[in-house]
Design a protein around this ligand. Structure first.
Ligand code: ARG
Length: 570
């Protein structure tokens, strides 16, 4: 149930009856005294119609109350007020709130218009070990994929790993000299460094590397076998990390760059067929006016090699065609924005996707250290994910041990795992993805503020409340009815869950869900302080326990959708 959408539909119809065609801008009220939702857009319409904005708003208000069809047998709107120069403040009906706060009803209704959504995320380069740069894509993309799925969309995960290109020549040449012993690949970072330094200093090795690329690309069996061996080891490294991080990526989601190789010549001929190719200095290029005429997209180099962009064009054909995607989402850092703008424009011009299929780049900023410079180890190297997560757990273990010294060690370790990994993921997810974000151990592990431990603790506190009251959550039935102001504030927050998920699904912005969960936990604290639960009379106690249970379920489900675990005790 999405209250904002319900209200938008009603207000849109009311605007129409008053001669206004523009969609209303409905958002949650910025202050409780403004009601639950605010609508604007009337002032602008009044101006263009030459009417008095407040008088027009009054007219819309009346239409709105007439329009308010019941939803599941109750009115949605309690009251609408005209405020300021022509805003509408809307208050939801308490009966309507209660109707949607059934203690054990599903939190989300599957959409009536399910879409097929391809989510391209993580997508590391297999030549090296995955590092923090791919952490953001993995975490944010995974949350987006889960949220889309929870709303009933068909999600196809695509891990577009880089497994092709000239750097593999160097790695395979190096691997050949070790006799193909896989043990040297235990540390990929080191292996890459060694290969690179030999490539730079030893001309004989550099020649062997280039020869290896040629053998590999011409399908030489020995080169291919060695390459497969390398890729397998590197993918195992990735999969181990996905499991450690609790991301939902499986080996079957890998659709590597090399998988598109055979389709690349066909991409070129299709572009040619559309008259889109221009030869420039021996290279095949596409010039599109919307990209600026001085900025060609090169699709084939003069030596015949294909590029990253060519592979992405083949991938678009596959995703829009074979996979029948309605939307394709790409989670990469913002440095690739130009690349995607180019590729999307070429794909559209070439008819590689139907007009209804949207291609959406979801860029994100860099991860910075507390010194506001790119996040690095103290020695200046790239931070490995494994080391990062080990440190997170160790720090969380210390914190948990000092807070709950009475808890057994095994349980403290389990809690530390959930809190440590959760903190790292949440710190990333809770920031608007388009900005750079500062990785700060102290802030992310704090038990207050917009952090994973705060939300995990809020959840555990509700579980402990049920334990103390000896109440089985499953034994509760019926609806949570808002009576006290703190209950009402909590009720309005609770019914917004699906609305927030819809927004995250549309915009690929998981920080909106984080902000929501943090607000919910805060509202719960207010309710908990003002409305005694276990000490209340039977009827009131039941009602408040329903609120507590709905809150716990929403927190747990919300965190799960972000890929973050909860624990029953902390
Ligand atoms: N492998 C690329 C990198 O590490 C990211 C790939 C993103 N997806 C895509 N379809 N281009 O930068």
């Amino acid at each position: 149930m999405n209250p904002r959408r319900l209200l938008s539909t009603r207000i849109r119809k009311s605007l129409k009856t008053c001669g206004i065609e523009a969609p209303p801008l409905v958002r949650t009220a910025s202050k409780p005294e403004f009601g639950d939702y605010q609508a604007d857009g009337i002032m602008a319409a009044a101006k263009s119609l030459g009417k008095n904005p407040r008088a027009l708003a009054e007219q819309v208000r009346k239409a709105c109350l007439l329009q308010d069809r019941q939803c599941d047998g109750v009115d949605v709107i309690e009251s609408v007020d005209v405020a300021g120069p022509g805003f509408l403040n809307v208050r939801l009906n308490d009966e309507f709130l209660a109707r949607h706060l059934e203690v054990d009803a599903p939190l989300v209704e599957p959409t009536v218009r399910p879409q097929t959504v391809v989510v391209d995320y993580s997508s590391p380069n297999l030549a090296k070990e995955m590092h923090v740069g791919h952490l953001r894509s993995t975490i944010i993309g995974d949350a987006a994929a889960r949220i889309l799925e929870s709303l009933g969309h068909r999600v196809i995960r695509q891990n577009h790993v880089g497994d092709w290109g000239t750097q593999f020549g160097m790695l395979l040449a190096h691997l050949s000299e070790t006799g193909g012993d896989s043990r040297v690949l235990a540390d990929l970072e080191e292996f890459y460094r060694d290969a690179k330094s030999r490539f730079d200093s030893d001309p004989g090795f550099a020649d062997a590397s280039r020869a290896m690329v040629v053998s590999l690309q011409s399908g030489d069996e020995t080169a291919r076998a060695r390459w497969r061996q390398f890729i397998e080891v590197s993918l195992d490294h990735c999969q181990a990390l996905y499991e450690r991080l609790g991301t939902s990526l499986a080996r079957a989601d890998v659709m590597a760059e090399s998988a598109y190789n055979d389709g690349l010549p066909d991409v070129i001929s299709a572009l040619d067929g559309k008259g889109l190719l221009t030869e420039s200095e021996g290279a095949q290029c596409v010039f599109l006016p919307e990209l600026g005429s001085e900025l060609p997209v090169i699709v084939r180099k003069s030596d015949g090699a294909f590029l990253y962009a060519t592979t992405d064009l083949a991938a678009i054909r596959h995703r829009a065609g074979r996979l029948a995607a309605d939307r394709v989402l790409y989670f990469t850092d913002s440095r690739q924005s130009l690349h995607f703008r180019q590729v999307f424009a070429v794909a559209a011009a070439a008819g590689f996707k139907p007009p209804g299929t949207t291609l959406e780049h979801m860029p994100f900023g860099n991860m910075l250290g507390t010194d506001r410079r790119p996040f690095r180890t103290r020695e200046g190297g790239v931070v490995k994910l494994t080391d990062l997560l080990n440190e997170a757990e160790a720090r969380a273990f210390e914190e948990v041990s000092s807070r709950s010294p009475g808890m057994g060690e095994a349980e403290r370790r389990a809690v530390a795992r959930a809190v440590g990994t959760g903190a790292v993921k949440y710190a990333d997810l809770s920031k608007n993805r388009t900005s750079d974000y500062v990785f700060d151990w102290n802030r992310m592990l704090a038990f207050d503020g917009n952090t994973a431990p705060y939300l995990q603790y809020a959840y555990a506190r509700i579980r402990s409340l049920f334990r103390r009251g000896a109440v089985e959550p499953e034994s509760l039935e019926g609806v949570a009815h808002p009576e006290a102001p703190a209950e009402r504030a909590l009720a309005v927050a609770l019914v917004r869950f699906e609305e927030v998920l819809d927004q995250v699904a549309a915009e690929g912005m998981p920080h909106l869900l984080c902000g929501y969960l943090h607000d919910l936990a805060t509202k719960f604290t207010g309710f908990y302080e003002q409305c005694p639960i276990l000490g209340a009379d039977t009827g009131e106690r039941e009602n408040r326990l329903r609120f507590a249970q709905r809150t716990a379920r929403t927190l747990k489900t919300g965190l799960e959708l972000l890929g973050i675990e909860t624990v029953d005790r902390m």
